[in-house]
Design a protein around this ligand. Structure first.
Ligand code: NAG
Ligand code: NAG
Ligand code: NAG
Ligand code: NAG
Length: 202
């Protein structure tokens, strides 16, 4: 997204919750990998803290996904450049609490000392990271500022990145989780293997 004024950016930020007001049909998130063992494995939410979940390795045969393997995509009812794919939104998961189901948005969590970010579900949408699915249903994150170029262009064209990896991570627990590598370099975490994440509607 491009903001012509700071005020516009703030105005959008303050309406961010209303912005992604439509929820898609339910889907599974399937890993694609050159490693045959991993290929076709579903992502499943795993406990990282109170009401906080990461994405771990689930079933390989996803014929009957558990509630922890079912996700939605929240996007805007206002058409975005009339696109039919690469539409911005949040990947959401419904956290079952005792008397209430809490929709939680997936967001990247960063550590200043690592280039490996961890996607986590937090209740609500405040900590969500805008993501999208391309025409092949691959999950991506879009950007528009390429800081590898000089002079830097703050109004550059939107580009799409697929920096998903599967890594041994530690946020609340030591797990093998989905992770996102920051920047164009290699992950500093030696356990990371490159994967793609595909949406498959149920
Ligand atoms: C991974 O699975 C996909 C979809 O089932 C398949 O098209 C692809 O060939 C598989 N790749 C490997 C390396 O097994
Ligand atoms: C979207 O589609 C409508 C109707 O076809 C058209 O009038 C409008 O200009 C399009 N908007 C963009 C940003 O392409
Ligand atoms: C939460 O969602 C589950 C699964 O869709 C449903 O069975 C259950 O009734 C819901 N609970 C509440 C409190 O809405
Ligand atoms: C996703 O959209 C549904 C339907 O509008 C809404 O009930 C839910 O709260 C949204 N989830 C998040 C995390 O914003």
């Amino acid at each position: 997204m491009k903001f012509s004024t700071l005020l516009q950016a703030f105005a959008l930020a303050s309406t961010a919750v209303a912005q992604f007001d439509v929820q898609s049909a339910p889907f599974k998130l399937v890993l694609l990998s050159s490693d045959c063992e991993l290929n076709g494995t579903l992502l499943i939410t795993c406990h990282e803290g109170a009401a906080i979940e990461g994405l771990c390795l689930g079933d390989k045969d996803g014929a009957t996904p558990s509630i922890n393997e079912v996700f939605h995509f929240n996007y805007s009812s206002e058409p975005f450049d009339n696109r039919t794919y690469n539409i911005p939104g949040y990947v959401t998961w419904i956290l079952p609490a005792s008397n209430i189901n809490v929709s939680s948005a997936l967001g990247l969590n960063y550590s200043p000392t690592s280039n490996v970010a961890i996607p986590l579900f937090f209740p609500g949408s405040d900590f969500g990271t805008t993501m999208s699915f391309d025409m092949y249903e691959y999950l991506n994150v879009q950007g528009y500022i390429d800081d590898t170029k000089t002079p830097i262009n703050g109004q550059g064209n939107t580009f799409v990145e697929y920096r998903w990896h599967l890594c041994d991570t530690y946020w609340g627990y030591a797990y093998t989780t989905l992770a996102w590598v920051l920047g164009k370099g290699k992950p500093q975490n030696p356990t990371c293997t490159k994967v793609k994440v595909k949406r498959v509607f149920i």
